[in-house]
Design a protein. Sequence first.
Length: 178
Amino acid sequence: MAIKPTIYKLKISLSDLDRHYYDTLNLTLAKHPSESIARMMVRVIAFCINAQEHLSFTKGLSAIDEPDIWARTLDDQITLWIDVGEPSVERIKKSSSLAAAVSVYSFNTKSDVWWDQAKEKIKQLKASIYRFQWLEIEALAALVQRTMEISVTISSDSAYVATELGECEVSWETLQAF
């Protein structure tokens, strides 16, 4: 019998000071059995950074032809494709042809090696690439509960996250902006 995903329910009070975007997000996430809590929380932070109408989580790791997060128009056009991790150059190239905008959020200990090896090819593609600091993502993952309320305040290249269990700051570096 296959292992089922673990469901997390998050109520996020979001304040994006740069975009003047303020919202309360009620998110239900399915954490794939092979997904780490850290990766799941990168998906949540990427969702908050890009919060907009029609933004949604996809089947993620269960559907290899879909991103982790996307925004689609009512006529099913992909306006934003968001991948989490270190996708192949071919995947970024394919997503660039399918979506109006592509963002990649790299986060783990191999992120530097991935970027060093792929940056020359990726720089030719219409994709924005961001890198989170691994220790900050680990600190965020330590605050996770199955049901939780979170406050996320975004300013410049960082998000201040407050939960019932504690607080942390998650910053990111822009490796390529498109």
